[in-house]
Design a binder for this molecule. Structure first.
Ligand SMILES: [Zn+2]
Length: 183
């Protein structure tokens, strides 16, 4: 058997001898969301209103980016997902501000003993181009989550003109988040 580099040995030791126990104080979470586009702006995305001739359809304010972030956070902490916490059958969630739902999810994650290390997001939209709004989106997300802007990243990608994203029928968002157990 090839000897392990010295730096890896303690990790392997933990895996072998703490069966069933957490071997790390870090947790990763993944969130993904899709909403249909409809005529008429502005576009509510990432907690800001972006000038555009289409908006997203949904029971709440349909903020696809905030929904992906919410599910990434909840998933990393093994908490119920956004659909379970804020069902679209509940009239209380009609036209609800997704920033409020995200803050509420963040509070649950923090109450469970976790703090956010960082998050990285991708928004897949043919239009509008998100480059000019990237810093505003990062700032708003950091504000909602009480983080530094350096802990939050947002990237925009087009659908290359094909499929439901490229044909401007939908916008999708994905987010990965890293949590660390509070000391
Ligand atoms: Zn959604």
């Amino acid at each position: 058997m090839v000897p392990l580099p010295r730096a890896l040995s303690p990790v392997v030791h933990d895996v072998r001898h703490q069966r069933g126990a957490p071997i790390t104080t870090l947790r990763i979470g993944l969130g993904e969301d899709t909403h249909r586009l409809a005529p008429g702006g502005p576009l509510r995305l990432g907690g800001i209103d972006i000038p555009h001739d289409q908006h997203l359809l949904g029971h709440s304010d349909a903020d696809v980016l905030l929904h992906a972030v919410t599910d990434a956070l909840l998933g990393a902490a093994c908490l119920p997902d956004i659909g379970q916490l804020f069902p679209n059958t509940d009239p209380a969630n009609k036209d609800r501000d997704s920033a409020e739902m995200l803050r509420s999810a963040c509070d649950r994650v923090e109450s469970a003993g976790w703090k956010i290390v960082n998050l990285d997001c991708v928004v897949l939209a043919q239009e509008p181009r998100l480059g000019p709004y990237k810093e505003s989106l990062r700032t708003r997300l950091a504000e909602i989550l009480s983080l530094g802007v350096g802990q939050v990243n947002v990237k925009g990608k087009t659908g290359e003109g094909v499929g439901p994203i490229g044909e401007k029928q939908i916008i999708q968002a994905r987010c990965v988040v890293l949590l660390e157990k509070r000391a």
